[in-house]
Design a protein around this ligand. Sequence first.
Ligand SMILES: CC(C)(COP(=O)([O-])OP(=O)([O-])OC[C@H]1O[C@@H](n2cnc3c(N)ncnc32)[C@H](O)[C@@H]1OP(=O)([O-])[O-])[C@@H](O)C(=O)NCCC(=O)NCCSC(=O)C[C@@](C)(O)CC(=O)[O-]
Ligand SMILES: NC(=O)C1=CN([C@@H]2O[C@H](COP(=O)(O)OP(=O)(O)OC[C@H]3O[C@@H](n4cnc5c(N)ncnc54)[C@H](OP(=O)(O)O)[C@@H]3O)[C@@H](O)[C@H]2O)C=CC1
Length: 399
Amino acid sequence: MEVKLHEFEKIYGDANKAAEERRKYLERVTGAKLENIGKTIIDLNTVVGRNIENVIGAVQVPVGVAGPLLVRGDYANGHFYVPLATTEGALVASVNRGAKLVTESGGARAKVLKDGMARAPLFRLPSLVEAVEFVNWVLQNFEEVKKVAESTTRHGRLKEIQPFIVGNYVWLRLVFSTGDAMGMNMVTVASDAVAKYLQEKFPNARLVALSGNMCVDKKPNAVNFLLGRGKTVVAEAVVKREVLGRLGVTPEAVHEVNVRKNLMGSALAHSYGFNAHFANIIAALFIATGQDVAQVVESSMGITTTEPREEGLYISVFLPSLEVGTVGGGTGLPTQREALALLGVAGPGDPPGTNALKFAEIAAAAVLAGELNLLVALARNELATAHERLGRARPQERA
Ligand SMILES: CC(C)(COP(=O)([O-])OP(=O)([O-])OC[C@H]1O[C@@H](n2cnc3c(N)ncnc32)[C@H](O)[C@@H]1OP(=O)([O-])[O-])[C@@H](O)C(=O)NCCC(=O)NCCSC(=O)C[C@@](C)(O)CC(=O)[O-]
Ligand SMILES: NC(=O)C1=CN([C@@H]2O[C@H](COP(=O)(O)OP(=O)(O)OC[C@H]3O[C@@H](n4cnc5c(N)ncnc54)[C@H](OP(=O)(O)O)[C@@H]3O)[C@@H](O)[C@H]2O)C=CC1
């Protein structure tokens, strides 16, 4: 009988052995050597069935630190070394120089303005009239729906239901607070319970999809930008004129780059990112700390604002949909957990939710540092030279 690759755990009874046998099989049929993928400190028994299937090993991404970065938030207070996992040369140096500019100027303030993970099941009703009746009932019976949703979780709390109707179709955007978890599994299970309950109440309602794409998960979109998803965070700083002066730039010059590039350029491009490179910092931080990397899509949407002032440059970053957690997902893997520990946010907070809020504030401050520095680098026209120096293959590799 032919054995399927993904059933090796059943045969060998151990995920590490199963992965080794999978690698041997793949080496035989493809001719590729997989000796490095096989070298990992992860005990694969701890990830199979929760983080990965058909596992063959792990890839390694180098991690650097940017900091110290002074953050003055409601939860994060002090100097932080921010772990960034990337293969883009010059990126860590960039955030590091930004952190220095911010810290020398008195630090970054940060605030989480909104907190809620959304899942939006999509229902079909026979007609518009029944769709409206359905929505009205759901809104009038919020407490009942909330009880059903929360029966599946200890930490999830249903905060709000945002309904959308198109023809005879209804999207219920269910928004939950999720403690220290990013919460996608948690709210999906809770939404499933709600969908089952509503279909029992309304036999004429049919669930088309538990995720109806109004959530919105892992796609660029306007809904999260306006209504928020995960943490909606803002960080700000006033970077001293003399601190910028040491690099030969003025607040006015950096402001001009921001307005012309991040606002006008992004408007012309119809981009969702009115920023220079939020995605660089978010992706590197997500990889280092075990976040769901696909959520870099909406987590890195946002706006950078600047104002030249007498004392220096006011700069802020607005991240409407930062989806982060300190428990669950990949946050428990050994290296990712250490990276979270470096920030003092590994595992559950006391009270629950405070570690994730602290992490979100640090993330926004790190984005601010990276954003500031790239604007400064562009004002000094040093992007190409920096990447030539720090971020290119060696000449012999390019030949
Ligand atoms: C690379 C720098 C920082 C050099 O900048 P510099 O001023 O020539 O370097 P320096 O040697 O004088 O050092 C100044 C500070 O930079 C930091 N620094 C300097 N070197 C290192 C290093 N090796 N490791 C860690 N930190 C470093 C460090 O903070 C240091 O201060 P110190 O600690 O020495 O007092 C600068 O040229 C720069 O920031 N360039 C821009 C690079 C950049 O921002 N890249 C981001 C990625 S670009 C991208 O992917 C997105 C993009 C651009 O396509 C998006 C878009 O369209 O806009
Ligand atoms: N299912 C889906 O549709 C999708 C799933 N994902 C994946 O979901 C995972 C993330 O989901 P997520 O729900 O965050 O994580 P997990 O599914 O790993 O669940 C985390 C659980 O930890 C428990 N918990 C313990 N302490 C705390 C605390 N202090 N705060 C909050 N929860 C706590 C909660 O239990 P309790 O609920 O009992 O409170 C919670 O459900 C990632 O792996 C991601 O890739 C991503 C996108 C879509």
